[in-house]
Design a protein. Structure first.
Length: 558
């Protein structure tokens, strides 16, 4: 470290830390107004070098603030297998971001000592990706300054979706076994799996995509090129399939995430601005960095129908489970991970199908970790983040079933194994991925010959309501691990129990947000009126018991 002290200090002068801000490496890395982030970017370049020295392989950094407004930005570190930064490094990131410029080298030295990092360990390369925000490209170069202060090298992956950056990191660290570590390799892998599942006929009806004016919008046509022109294999150019996707909010006019994108559609429960939504067509919506997706359509009478992460989860889990049962792998476990936000009807539906469901706290890192406890885990958040995770030994068993010469009586088994092998290749196992999950949904609907309306009808969502309450200090609220109950203040949970108890089939919980300064309230009940009454009742109680500020939430009945 001493060897690089001068260079690191020189860089710190080019990227000086702003006074009076405390940064926190939260569920999705750092997020802030972009004009407050330059020093954090430089410092994360430095930290990524230490992380890479520690793991002895490549790590990545993604510059994005996902569904936040365009003036925000953020950065997160990506671990060697393309997963989120391991939790015990989050405090290191927070310390390195918050120390003064003068303390920077010493803080890095402390991290290196605590993690017993061998200073001589060589770093191959640090991979950097960024989204379409105006500040993003500049930040990628601030990160590069951090990496170069250690005399290490970067690979600038350019403007990519968050899941593509995760894919690149995993591709590099598996020497291409997971997939060629290039953007082209990503399209080829998905394109080939899509062709194997859907054949040359492909899918006959188009899907309409709300690109949130973000990075996903510009990647859809690239992906389609590989599918429709058969460019999904270097050796063969004959693997042509068919998929049409028309992108609105493609960034040519509108503003990133402005009245469009998955977050807007979910919260407002209405179509994005900038898209003509017509009965009889199938729509989906991405968020700004394309790691979330949801589907929607309108009924004849114009009623808006959203198919959120829970519905996608069920489509995937049920399809997978049916084929999985044909494989007869008795010792292998299959399960679904949801969060407390999962609609009660979705959990009931899965239970009735004999599929095991477990809960995890909100956030991709939590659901992913929980899913890893199964041999095959499907992990989804209602807001559209989700994927499928398969253990290596189970992957090998599936391939063995699919490749083995089986007796004619085992044909179904071989067919199911082949479908699952291709489906797993179609999923981005690192992290939820809007592009890949769009192909997954399109494929399952196609293979099952389901329309979006038929898919929507698999269960009716219980009416629900989400609210935010402003309190003086949201950290006074402590919940159980799965976030379904409040532990402190105990009086708050007692009050929630009373409110829930008087409404049949109702459920409600509260938790401090990990990304905003507020407490979130969720409620569901048999009717919208009851869900609203309950949500406002609970919100009012949070306000009274947990130090509410500003206006008290109140239900205004028109
Ligand atoms: C972040 C998380 C998302 C979670 C959301 C909850 C990642 C990549 N993203 O966006 O999974 O649902 O935070 O936000 O982990 P909240 O804590 O403000 O409710
Ligand atoms: Mg996102």
């Amino acid at each position: 470290m001493e060897k690089h002290r001068k260079k690191i200090e020189f860089g710190a002068r080019q990227h000086p830390k702003l006074e009076g801000i405390t940064y926190n490496y939260g569920t999705a890395g750092f997020r802030e107004k972009a004009d407050k982030l330059d020093a954090v970017m430089y410092r994360m370049g430095l930290l990524a070098v230490l992380r890479s020295k520690k793991t002895k392989v490549e790590v990545g950094l993604m510059v994005t603030a996902s569904h936040n407004p365009v003036e925000d930005n953020g950065v997160k570190l990506v671990d060697p297998m393309g997963l989120m930064l391991t939790e015990n490094w989050e405090p290191h990131a927070t310390h390195v971001a918050n120390c003064s410029d003068l303390e920077l080298v010493d803080t890095l030295q402390r991290v290196a000592a605590e993690e017993q990092i061998d200073a001589k360990q060589k770093v191959n390369v640090i991979i950097i990706g960024y989204d379409t925000r105006p500040s993003s490209k500049r930040f990628a170069s601030s990160i590069q300054d951090g990496v170069e202060a250690f005399d290490e090298q970067v690979f600038q992956a350019g403007c990519v979706t968050t899941p593509q950056l995760h894919y690149l990191v995993r591709g590099l660290n598996t020497q291409g076994v997971y997939g060629d570590a290039t953007e082209e390799g990503y399209y080829m892998k998905l394109g080939l799996a899509f062709w194997k599942l859907n054949g040359s006929q492909g899918i006959q009806t188009p899907v309409y995509v709300d690109g949130a004016n973000g990075v996903g919008a510009e990647k859809v046509p690239k992906l389609l090129k590989y599918i429709n022109e058969g460019k999904c294999s270097r050796a063969h150019f004959d693997k042509k399939s068919h998929l049409q996707a028309f992108v609105s909010n493609d960034g040519s006019q509108g503003i990133l995430n402005d009245r469009c994108g998955a977050d807007y559609v979910k919260i407002k429960q209405k179509p994005p601005v900038g898209m003509d939504v017509i009965h009889g067509k199938r729509y989906c919506t991405f968020d700004g960095d394309a790691d979330r997706i949801m589907y929607f359509y309108v009924e004849k009478d114009g009623a808006f129908k959203l198919l959120d992460g829970d519905k996608i989860c069920i489509l995937l889990a049920e399809f997978f489970f049916e084929h999985w049962q044909h494989l007869e792998l008795p010792r292998a476990t299959f399960g679904v991970v949801q969060t407390a936000y999962a609609n009660g009807s979705s959990t009931k539906y899965l239970n009735e199908k004999g599929i095991r469901v477990v809960l995890a706290p909100t956030g991709v890192k939590h659901i992913t970790k929980k899913a890893e406890e199964f041999d095959v885990g499907v992990a989804y958040e209602a807001n559209g983040h989700g994927n499928l995770i398969v253990k290596e030994k189970t992957w090998n068993s599936i391939i063995a079933c699919s490749r083995k010469r089986l007796r004619p009586t085992d044909r179904q088994k071989a067919r199911s194994a082949e479908v699952l092998e291709n489906l797993i290749n179609l999923v981005n196992q690192c992290v939820g991925d809007a592009l890949s999950n769009m192909l997954v949904v399109e494929t399952i609907l196609n293979l099952r010959k389901l329309t979006i309306e038929e898919w929507a009808k698999c269960y009716d969502d219980l009416p629900n309501r989400q609210l935010k309450v402003k309190v003086r200090d949201r950290s006074v609220i402590k919940t159980t691990w799965d976030e379904t109950k409040v532990i402190e203040p105990a009086a708050l949970q007692r009050a929630i129990d009373v409110l829930v108890g008087v409404i049949p089939c109702a459920r409600s919980f509260v938790r401090p947000s990990g990304t905003e300064d507020c407490v979130r309230v969720y409620s569901e009940a048999e009717t919208q009126e009851l869900a609203d009454t309950l949500a406002y009742g609970v919100a009012g109680t949070v306000y009274d018991i947990a130090g509410g500020v500003g206006e008290k939430p109140q239900l205004h009945i028109p």
